[in-house]
Design a protein around this ligand. Structure first.
Ligand code: HPA
Ligand code: ZN
Length: 331
């Protein structure tokens, strides 16, 4: 319909997208072959099967494992921009989670340079821009998290290629049995060093973990944040302080099995409560999504009008870490 086409073309900002989760199935196959990484299936789509966050994460880790050389990161980043721009994305702050690559001996400097090269090529071709968020993988523990932040700070100090693209830090992977406060040192260093801070929380952890992320770790944004709806006082505070939540409704259904269907998602409840809840895809290639579909399906499931959807897109600008002059340009 005309509405669907308009949503596809509506200029959109995305603040919750993992670059590894944008990897085209064909690219997974080609990089695996080129780098001698054995895959447990001959059809990539057969790999993309999971029924919980932790099962999904093992697929995510397998996809990550095919990234070996700097050029692999560049290809991934380039394709991520081209693919998202085709669905109306004009600006993104994209996660990369290098824990297993660093543990395997890759250098952060090469990863960042590769990502930068690919993002710049995608930007030149499409005009769609992308910045980076260095994500801590909780599964590797607080010491690895601190080391990642130290290395990011080092790259920025030495001004290595792509270092200026890293706007901040985040934290992803498993939430079960992990106290976010244990990553305090990493988050404090990031804050002292002028890095912005976000973190995945409340995808399958309680609202108290969301509060810890903000109050103890100093996060200014929360990724997912679903369980906040169990704590009305916390909802009221987030609404008042306009603390953004980067919500990924279709991902929550396909990855975390958090709701039976899209129509059951808490996204409209969040917005009705006055929360700055933005719309994002999370891992579009691994979940067979794109940002245009995310907007169309949410509009349809919740009966949103054009002006509702424009406001959601504008909330993405407000929640972003763009400086004020760049914000105005996007609006
Ligand atoms: N949650 C946690 N870790 C992740 C996700 C997610 O949705 N996507 C990629 N890594
Ligand atoms: Zn995520």
């Amino acid at each position: 319909t005309g509405f669907d086409e308009a949503l596809e073309r509506l200029p959109k900002v995305e603040l919750h997208c993992h670059v590894e989760g944008t990897m085209r199935p064909g690219t997974v196959m080609e990089l695996a072959r080129a780098n001698g990484i054995p895959l447990p299936a001959t059809e990539v789509t057969e790999l993309y099967r999971y029924t919980s966050l932790d099962e999904f994460l093992s697929v995510f880790w397998l996809v990550q494992s095919v990234l070996v050389k700097r050029a692999d990161w560049a290809r991934l980043a380039y394709e991520s921009v081209v693919d998202a721009a085709a669905h109306g994305r004009v600006y993104a702050e994209v996660f990369f989670t290098p824990a297993r690559h660093l543990a395997g001996g890759q250098r952060l400097e090469d990863i960042v340079a590769g990502l930068h090269e690919g993002l710049a090529a995608g930007e030149a071709e499409t005009g769609s821009r992308a910045m980076l968020i260095a994500d801590i993988d909780r599964a590797y523990g607080p010491a690895a998290g601190l080391l990642l932040v130290q290395e990011v700070v080092g790259l920025r100090r030495r001004n290595t290629p792509g270092a200026e693209r890293i706007l901040g830090i985040g934290m992803d992977s498993t939430e079960l049995g992990v106290d976010p406060a244990s990553f305090r040192e990493a988050y404090e260093l990031a804050g002292r060093s002028g890095l912005r801070r976000t973190g995945h929380q409340g995808e399958n952890s309680p609202p108290s973990a969301i509060a810890t992320l903000v109050d103890v770790l100093g996060a200014e944004r929360v990724d997912h944040g679903l369980s906040i709806m169990e704590d009305p006082a916390l909802v009221e505070r987030f609404a008042l302080e306009r603390i953004p939540l980067t919500v990924c409704p279709n991902s929550n259904i396909r990855i975390a099995n958090a709701y039976p269907a899209l129509a059951d998602h808490c996204f409209p409840g969040m917005r009705r409560a006055g929360l700055l809840a933005t719309l994002n895809t999370d891992d579009p290639a691994l979940t067979d999504l794109d940002l245009g579909y995310e907007y169309r399906s949410v509009a349809e499931a919740f009966g949103y009008t054009w002006s509702d959807m424009v406001q959601i897109a504008l909330d993405g600008v407000e929640a972003s870490w763009l400086d004020p002059a760049d914000r105005t340009a996007l609006r």
